[in-house]
Design a protein around this ligand. Structure first.
Ligand SMILES: NC(=O)c1ccc[n+]([C@@H]2O[C@H](COP(=O)([O-])OP(=O)(O)OC[C@H]3O[C@@H](n4cnc5c(N)ncnc54)[C@H](OP(=O)(O)O)[C@@H]3O)[C@@H](O)[C@H]2O)c1
Length: 254
């Protein structure tokens, strides 16, 4: 292991945005620890770039998450950035309101991410440097149809990132949140509605790489033309948002 190289841990790295981000950092000379449940896909990444190292993990398992982080520190010695990109969403499963479905989504998206934050908590605070970045979504700005669990989990992640920002700042540790618009991945391939301004995972990886390494912002969001519309919806009075959203939804027949 090259001690001089910068080091990053990325969860949710077996496909989509996390995978593209792992490749982006690795091709820029970073040592990259990748986690997700599908070990063979993580090992394939190591074949693409030997800077990528597989640490399989189900983030729902709090104990295992702590152990995996310990293995990463054992192997890497240090860590500069942790990006928590794990997420699940299936709009078809969410068409029908189900507490079981919502609970499963919260377990992975919110509590799974929280498990990762807690695993790194003492390490970064004792080191008095580093950066935790949480992948949320513009879906966390407002409640959207057929996404009660997903929107709730992403909204909770934005609030979590904002709250822990102050705590980690006292220890000189940066916290940021990543809010992408539509990105073409296995997750969005399930969507049956038109996805405005959809971008590739490589586009997302480029924006995230710049946001994490070259800018000192709290929120990394893209594509700007789309996220600005979502930000406008976020600050609208509820009655106006609900009116506009209802009209839009009736057109796309969700
Ligand atoms: N695509 C978009 O338009 C979009 C927009 C905004 C935000 N996001 C967010 O971006 C993140 C990545 O999504 P994506 O679009 O790239 O979807 P994706 O290709 O489906 O990737 C999701 C990743 O999460 C991993 N994962 C799921 N459950 C896990 C668990 N219990 N433990 C560990 N890993 C788990 C999956 O790997 P395994 O199945 O191998 O575990 C996979 O690597 C998500 O948080 C998503 O909400 C996506």
């Amino acid at each position: 292991m090259n001690e001089n190289k910068k080091k990053i841990w990325i969860t949710g790295a077996s496909s989509g945005i996390g995978k593209a981000l792992a490749i982006k950092f690795a091709t820029n000379g970073w040592q990259v620890a990748v986690s997700a449940r599908r070990e063979s896909l993580l090992q394939d990444l190591n074949k693409i770039n030997s800077n990528i190292h597989s640490f399989p993990l189900d983030v729902k398992d709090e104990f295992k998450t702590k152990k995996v982080f310990e293995y990463i520190i054992e192997k890497f010695q240090t860590l500069d950035i942790a990006v928590f990109c794990t997420g699940i969403h299936d709009p078809n499963a969410e068409k029908k309101l189900s507490s079981e479905t919502i609970r499963q989504i919260m377990e992975t998206n919110f509590f799974g991410t929280l498990n990762c934050v807690m695993a790194t908590n003492n390490y970064f605070k004792e080191k008095k440097s580093g950066h935790i970045s949480i992948v949320s979504s513009v879906a966390g700005y407002r409640g959207l149809p057929a996404a009660s669990g997903y929107c709730a989990s992403k909204s909770a992640l934005i609030s979590l990132a904002e709250s822990i920002y102050f705590d980690f700042k006292r220890h000189n540790v940066r916290v940021s949140v990543i809010n992408p618009g539509f990105i073409k991945t296995p997750m969005t391939d399930k969507n049956k509605f038109p996805m405005p301004m959809i971008k590739s995972p490589e586009y997302a990886a480029e924006k995230i790489f710049i946001g994490l390494t070259k800018k000192n912002v709290f929120e990394i969001h893209f594509p700007i033309a789309f996220t600005m519309i979502m930000k406008l919806l976020r600050i609208m009075p509820n009655w106006l948002y609900l009116l506009i959203a209802s009209k839009g939804i009736s057109k796309i027949k969700l």
